[in-house]
Design a protein around this ligand. Structure first.
Ligand code: ROI
Length: 161
């Protein structure tokens, strides 16, 4: 069993609903269980002018190999009829494999830890909801990354919305 962290993001077609449904779908994946979910965050879009995002992080316990988990994430994205009109443009659902145990993975289809993980407040703050003592495979602590990443542009939403 491995603990994996998934970043969820949506800014189209009821983003809160997209993200809440995705949590349920992650829990239903084969050989996988949703262990914890962060709060939902409203975040200002990085990239071209577009609506704010709803972002969150899921902690999974899984027996799926990294590429099998990636396939499963992509099938959930497809089921949300993911639209991605332009590079770095708005999307109905984005599921990013952020961390897979303590492994570093460099494959043509998959880089873990996720390349933008260390710089994005909408990933780091939700991760801290789940495990404030998290360390990345290279030994850097989440707390160090948070200290270099302002909360700016983020709003933590109240639970049960
Ligand atoms: N911006 C925010 N705030 N949240 C995201 O999840 C997100 N995802 C993206 C781009 C377009 C880079 N910007 C984002 O893919």
């Amino acid at each position: 069993m491995v603990l994996a962290y998934i970043g969820l993001g949506s800014n189209l077609e009821d983003p809160t609903g997209q993200v809440n449904r995705a949590f349920l779908e992650l829990d239903l994946l084969a050989d996988t269980r949703l262990v914890a979910r962060s709060a939902l965050y409203r975040s200002r879009a990085i990239g071209p002018e577009q609506p704010d995002y709803i972002n969150a992080v899921a902690q999974l316990e899984t027996r799926l190999a990294p590429l099998d988990l990636l396939d499963a994430l992509q099938s959930i994205e497809q089921a949300h009829r993911r639209v991605r009109l332009q590079h770095w443009g708005p999307r109905t659902l984005d599921l990013d494999l952020l961390l897979y145990g303590h492994q570093s993975i460099q494959l043509p289809r998959l880089t873990v830890p996720h390349p933008y993980l260390t710089q994005r407040s909408f990933v780091l703050y939700p991760l801290a909801d789940i495990d404030p003592n998290l360390q990345l495979p290279d030994g850097i602590s989440l707390q160090t990354l948070l200290s270099q990443c302002p909360f700016e542009g983020l709003a933590r939403l109240p639970e049960n919305r």
